[in-house]
Design a protein around this ligand. Structure first.
Ligand code: C2E
Ligand code: CA
Ligand code: CA
Length: 408
């Protein structure tokens, strides 16, 4: 096993030159052949972008002047860094745990967190434990390379379709709406998930096309459901990139109307983490969407570092508590605490609160206690193709009886 591990190129990021040198020496003594070092976030990004061989493990100091480790994690996520991350800090265990949760919510492969000083012993428990280390490859979902050309073809051929996940009212226990989630059902190597192609779409300037394709197909599906007697609110995810174009609201409404829908029936979900960084340019467009009575939700609430004041200035009527905290609250005190405070902040803002990632009856009870208005998650339903939605809704009373008949 260690043969393979030794081939992995490691990057150590720390603003302290002494720590850098000793950590690099420690790694070398553990058998790592390629060890690079960076004294700043900028340098780290340059190495990640250009390093040959590709960096597969980053040891990241959270406390650095300028761009700190937390910010760097966000940038890693944005540039789709596919390797593993080990967090290093002089901070207490709680802070490390929080940073770890944050990194995971950014879909980064986190091997773990260690407190300084970095020793061979602490490192080896993390570096030699993870199954992906054994193969020297990053974890599966981020492996595949989708090219802009493949994505463009898929969009042109209508290969990317919405699946729908129900939202259920917590108080009334009835389905209220659905969220459209992009699916690319067939490719040579199996279904492709949005985490793999949304970033490509954003980078290649295809995201508006994708959003509009999702909106059109979702509106059409909702019209079919309605004709069969099922009225459901429709939510579609929208990338922050789209909100930089001032004509986005007009274009969006034109597409909705062309598909036979009513813009006021549609809700857009926008991820919190990017709201804060791109706050000002988006505000304009968000306000104009709101003027057109399109409802807006803050997605992945709790993962960003938005402050209350900023959020209050945004025209939102719903927040969605991030699924990592909802599902994680059962086993992690930290997640439970973040969930609780996120719910409290949302309540203060006086907007509808939706909990996503409700996976068990316990999760359901917890979000009920927190006063959430709606819930979404595998406990209730997984995302499904449009044609299965009416059947699912019709079957709900039976399923509901089954789901909530558990003990307690
Ligand atoms: P999201 O908006 O937070 O969507 C919820 C994700 O959680 C979905 O993943 C859904 O399948 C998954 N999920 C639902 N219930 C549970 C649960 O109980 N447990 C767990 N562990 N997961 C659950 P999916 O479909 O892979 O989408 C991932 C992300 O990709 C979405 O996160 C959203 O940010 C983005 N996305 C999806 N479709 C689109 C789209 O059309 N446009 C844009 N811009 N982004 C999209
Ligand atoms: Ca969403
Ligand atoms: Ca979310």
């Amino acid at each position: 096993m260690s043969e393979n591990v030794n081939e992995r190129a490691v990057l150590v990021v720390d603003d302290d030159a002494f720590v850098l040198r000793t950590t690099a020496l420690t790694l070398a003594s553990m058998g790592f052949g390629v060890v690079r070092t960076a004294e700043s976030a900028e340098e780290a990004e340059r190495i990640i972008d250009s390093a040959d061989p590709t960096i597969e493990v980053v040891l990241l100091d959270l406390n650095m002047p300028g761009v700190d480790g937390v910010e760097l994690l966000r940038r890693f996520d944005e540039r789709q860094y596919a390797g593993d991350v080990v967090l290093v800090s002089g901070e207490d265990a709680q802070t490390l745990e929080m940073a770890e949760a944050l990194a995971r919510s950014r879909h980064l492969s986190v091997l773990g967190a260690i407190q300084k000083p970095v020793t061979a012993e602490r490192l080896s428990t993390l570096l030699f434990r993870n199954p992906s280390s054994a193969t020297g490859k990053p974890s599966a979902p981020r492996l595949r390379e989708i090219t802009p050309e493949q994505l463009r073809d898929a969009l042109a051929g209508g290969a990317i379709v919405p699946w729908f996940q129900p939202k259920v009212s917590v108080a009334r226990q009835v389905p209220t709406g659905v969220e459209a989630l992009a699916r690319w059902p067939t490719s040579e190597s199996g279904p492709v998930f949005p985490d793999e192609f949304i970033p490509v779409a954003e980078q290649a300037g295809l995201i508006d096309e994708l959003t509009f394709a999702m909106v059109e197909q979702s509106v059409t599906a909702a019209e079919v459901w309605r004709a069969r007697g099922f009225k459901l609110k429709l939510a579609v995810n929208v990338s922050m990139d789209s909100l930089h174009f001032l004509d986005f609201p007009e274009k969006l409404c034109a597409r909705i109307e062309a598909a036979g829908g009513d813009p006021t029936d549609l809700q857009l979900e926008v991820t919190e983490s990017r709201l804060t960084t791109d706050f000002v340019p988006a505000l304009d467009v968000l306000l104009r969407l709101r003027l057109r009575r399109i409802s807006l939700a803050i997605d992945d609430f709790g993962t960003g570092n938005s402050n209350f004041e900023q959020l209050q200035r945004l025209p939102f009527d719903e927040v969605k508590l991030d699924r990592t905290y909802v599902a994680g609250a059962a086993s992690s005190k930290r997640d439970a605490a973040i969930l609780e405070s996120a719910a409290a902040v949302a309540k203060k803002m006086d907007v509808r609160v939706v909990a996503e990632g409700v996976e068990t009856l316990d999760d359901w009870r917890r979000v009920e206690e927190l006063g959430c208005d709606e819930a979404q998650g595998y406990f209730l339903a997984k995302p499904m193709p449009a044609e299965e939605v009416p059947g699912w809704v019709a079957d709900w009373p039976r399923r509901r009886a089954e789901l909530f008949s558990g003990p307690g």
